[in-house]
Ligand binder design. Sequence first.
Ligand SMILES: [Zn+2]
Length: 409
Amino acid sequence: MNQSAILWSIALLLSMTDAQAQSASSARSNALHERLLTLDTHLDTPALLARPGWSILDRHDADNDLSQVDYPRMVRGGLDGGFWVIFTPQGPRTQEATARARDSALLTASRIREMVARHSDRFELALNASDALRIAAAGRRVVYMSIENGYPLAGDPSLLRTFHALGVRLFGPVHTRNNDLADSSTDTVREWQGLSPLGKQFVAEANRLGIVLDASHASDEVLEQMLELSKTPVLLSHSGCKDVYAHPRNVGDALLRKLAAGGGVIQMNSLGAYLLPTADNPQRRQALAAVNERYGTPDTLSADKVRELAAARKRVEAQYPAARASLDDFMKHLLHALEVVGPQHVGIGADWDGGGGVEGLRDVADLPKITQRLLAAGYSEQDVAAVWSGNVLRVLRAAEDHAARTPQP
Ligand SMILES: [Zn+2]
C-alpha cells in the first residue's frame, strides 16, 4: 500500500462507526476467502456416498442429516476441495478380515471416482500439486484422494501402487488401534515402538511413488521415525496441539518444531474431544451407544432413518448435556500451532464427516469464519493463503519431485 492509500484508509476508518468498520472488515475477509484456493486435508465424506439416495449435489443440514460436506455447502463456505478420505476402521488382523477391508477400501476409491465422473462439471480428480489451482480456476471442486488406516493394504506394499494408480496421494498408516504397520497414538500398548518393519517398507514405497506420509493418529514414535526415514516432508492431515490439550491424539511443540524443520505441516483438526477435556458421563455414553447400536452406521441408512437417528441422538444430548467445544477452542489450537511453527507449517484438516465440527463451526459452510479469525489475529493475506492450501501443496509437490527423481521399477 502506498502512503496516500494508507492515509485514505485511516481517514476512512476514522469516519466509520464500529459497526461499519466491522462489516467492512468482514467484507474484506469474505472477499479474500472467496479468492483464495482453500483445501481441507480430511474430508471423510466418501463414507456418505454409500447412503441410499444421498447425493453430494443436494444441500443437507448437519442437524438432521449428520453430514457436513456437500456441493452447495462447499460453494457457500468457499471450500475449493481437499483430500477425500478412504477410511477403514481397524478390525481383526486376520487374512479374511484384511481381505474384506481391502475390498471395502477399493470400493470407496471407486465411489469417489464415480462421484467425480458423474458430476464432472462440478468435481475433478486432482493427481498433482499443480492440478488444484487449475481445477478451481475452471470452477470445479478439487478431489484429491487419501487413505486413513493402512489396514486394507493387507501387508502388501504393491497394493499401495494400486491405490496410487487410483489417485491416492496421501497415506496415513494407522487409525485408533495398532496394526501391522504402526503403533496408534490411542492404543493401550506400544506394539512396535513406532513403525513395524513392514511400516518402514511402506514409508519407502510411499516416497518412491510420490505419496505424502500422514502421521495423524500415529504414535509420537511413528512421527519421529517418519521424520527420520522419509525423504520428503510429512503431513499431519488432522491433528491438534498437545500443549493446548494433552490428548495423545495431539502433537507436542517439540515434535511440531521437528516436523516443521523437515518442511512438514500440521493441518488443524476440529474434533471436539481432542480440543478440550470432556468429563466422561457413563449414562450419556451408554445411552448414545444404545442409540448407535439400534440404528447402525448412518453410512448405509436411508434419509428417513438418518433423521430418526439424529433426533434420537439429540434427545440423549438434551437428557445428559455435555460441554461442547467451540470455534474459540478450535482457534486456540490453530493460533498456538501458528505461533510455534509459523504460517508456513500450518493448515486446515477439520475431520469433516469424521467427527469434526464444533459450536460455531458446524459444517464447511462456516469456513469463512476461520479466515476472519486469522485476519483478526493479525495474519497477512499471504499467511492465510499458505494456511488454506499453499503449505499442503508445497508438501505434495516435494513428494512428486522426489518420485520424479527416483528410478521406478
Ligand atoms: Zn481420523
